[in-house]
Design a binder for this molecule. Structure first.
Ligand SMILES: Nc1ncnc2c1ncn2[C@@H]1O[C@H](COP(=O)(O)OP(=O)(O)O)[C@@H](O)[C@H]1O
Ligand SMILES: C[C@@](O)(CCOP(=O)(O)OP(=O)(O)O)CC(=O)O
Length: 508
């Protein structure tokens, strides 16, 4: 039976750079852009001589990249050999596979024989990322379509991905594929790890059908997905980032404080010959000290993402520049970081207050949000009636003001480090956006740069923002916040999309 698992992409709203150092926190929102992994056996039944096999077959298919890659996996030491063209290799999936099988050998509900049988049947893995992970701007422009979400929605689900052309200088400033920055590799690794761990009987994944995510049992299962996914992602990437992208892919929207990077040193040493089962066994027992608390946008607020289409930025080189600046100017950098950290906490507090008010004073909350959604922020106070409504407006204005402080200090950090964290073109766009009716705040997500902008809007005001963005040559993506983390799916998403499309056809 096929196992289908999915994991969401993310938007880091606060905490870029600071989140790399404990105990700074970041707010990361997971999105409705999901990555799917489908795992099933390659063979229907065991071949009579299969018990003597030392290797099993693994097929990895990425339809959107037009890639089908065959591997041989050693059942003795989990070595992987790619038997297809090496261009089609996928290191994220390779490590996910090796570590998940190693985890199964140390910790599975299945007996040794059952597990061995599953392995001998071979593994057929298919990976699919929602269109929202990838940039289709060029395709839309080439087809002469308007730069609107409707044009994006007209693309078939899981459309082929555009590869960025190699630059003639041979330098790689652009990523391999044209992406929107939602963390496709973290969501892909998490989905593959989750599907494999479920298939091999290591975890029982949560699904829409089997209960709430906060359940402590569910959280235990997810911790295993997190450890294996985080390790595979770091080792495949060759760098230990803050890990907010894998954490949100596993657990959904949250306030995140990173793990101590030393926890991964045993996996980094694995290349030195320690057996994979031992490395994974130790990692599962290690002290993962990341902290995560529930966080999601207050009700009646929408997360919007816009693609200005000015290029793309390389996160590792931006992180390098910030670290260099911290070393060369410890005093000023510390001061800017302190201001950023305070402003990040204040934004979190205002948003939490709004979530609380939405529960305790729901009528006043709804009325203020509806009113403010049609007004620019300087008029928000005018319409508030009574102390409850004023409290809501004050929290909205507080969130907005503190976002301006965050943006100011992010710009300052960029200027001091000599990198475009909030470059001038983005500043103009963000100012215009924040001055529109119903917009609470806007900023550059994550590491910043030229990639994307986000906005948080009230009530129905998002449609106006989308229209104005389109007139400014900014493509509003179909991405929205969805706080759900990793999940077991009941179907191949391609089948679900077809069923949904068919049932939406009206029969006259
Ligand atoms: N559908 C896919 N099939 C195979 N590999 C993929 C797919 N989507 C993304 N990837 C891999 O993930 C990489 C992009 O990951 P990353 O740099 O984390 O992007 P993001 O900005 O989305 O975080 C790609 O270069 C590719 O190797
Ligand atoms: C600088 C950072 O703190 C945030 C980067 O956030 P992005 O969301 O920009 O990440 P990528 O998708 O990997 O480019 C680095 C980190 O936290 O690892």
């Amino acid at each position: 039976m096929a196992v289908v698992a999915s994991a969401p992409g993310k938007v880091l709203m606060t905490g870029g750079y600071l989140i790399l150092e404990r105990p700074n926190a970041g707010i990361v929102l997971s999105t409705n852009a999901r990555f799917y992994a489908i795992v099933k056996p390659l063979l229907e039944e065991l071949k009579p001589d299969s018990w003597a096999w030392a290797w099993t077959d693994v097929k990895l298919t990425s339809p959107q990249m037009g890639r089908e890659t065959m591997y041989k996996l050693s059942l003795k030491d989990l070595q992987l050999q790619c038997v297809s063209s090496s261009d089609a290799r996928n290191p994220f999936v390779e490590y996910a596979l090796q570590y998940a099988v190693a985890a199964a050998r140390t910790k599975s509900d299945k007996t040794k024989d059952e597990l061995e049988k599953l392995m001998l049947l071979g593994l057929d893995i298919t990976i699919l990322g929602c269109n929202e992970f990838y940039s289709y701007r060029n395709q839309i422009e080439a087809r002469g379509l308007p730069l609107t979400p409707d044009s994006l929605a007209s693309l078939p689900p899981f459309t082929s991905i555009t590869f960025n052309k190699e630059e003639s200088s041979g330098q790689k400033s652009k990523p391999e594929v044209a992406k929107t920055g939602l963390g496709s590799s973290a969501a892909m690794t998490t989905a593959v790890v989750a599907a494999l761990l479920h298939y091999l009987g290591v975890v029982n994944l949560p699904s829409e059908l089997n209960g709430p995510l906060q359940d402590s049992k569910v959280s235990e299962e997810l911790d295993v997905v997190h450890i294996i996914g985080q390790t595979a992602h770091c080792i495949a990437q060759g760098k230990v980032g803050s890990g907010f992208d894998v954490s949100s892919a596993v657990y959904g929207s949250q306030r995140y404080i990173r793990f101590s990077p030393e926890v991964l040193s045993s996996a980094q040493d694995a290349a030195q010959g320690t057996p994979m089962e031992e490395v994974i066994g130790n990692l599962l027992k290690a002290n993962w000290n990341h902290e995560r608390t529930k966080f999601s946008l207050p009700p009646m607020m929408t997360l919007l993402l816009g693609e200005p289409g000015t290029g793309g930025s390389s996160t590792p080189s931006m992180v390098g520049a910030v670290k260099k600046w911290q070393k060369s100017d410890p005093q000023n950098s510390l001061e800017t970081w302190k201001k950023l950290s305070e402003a990040n906490s204040a934004l979190e507090m205002h948003l939490k207050t709004l979530s609380k008010l939405a529960g305790t004073n729901s009528d006043d909350y709804r009325s203020v949000i509806n009113k403010c959604s049609t007004l620019t922020s300087e008029k928000w106070t005018e319409g508030a009636v009574g102390p409850n409504q004023i409290e809501v407006v004050n929290a909205l204005l507080g969130a907005r003001d503190v976002m301006l402080v965050i943006r100011y200090n992010m710009r300052k950090m960029g200027e001091a480090a000599g990198i475009p964290i909030e470059p001038e073109s983005q500043t103009k766009l963000l100012d215009t956006t924040m001055n529109m009716e119903g917009v609470v705040l806007a900023g550059v997500p994550g590491a910043g740069g030229f990639d994307a902008v986000f906005a948080v809007t009230l009530g129905d005001s998002s449609s106006n923002v989308i229209k104005v963005w389109s007139s400014l040559n900014v493509l509003a993506l179909l991405v929205r916040e969805d706080p759900r983390g990793v999940s077991l799916e009941s179907n191949d998403p391609r089948a679900t999309e077809i069923t949904a499309a068919v049932s939406s056809v009206r029969i006259e």
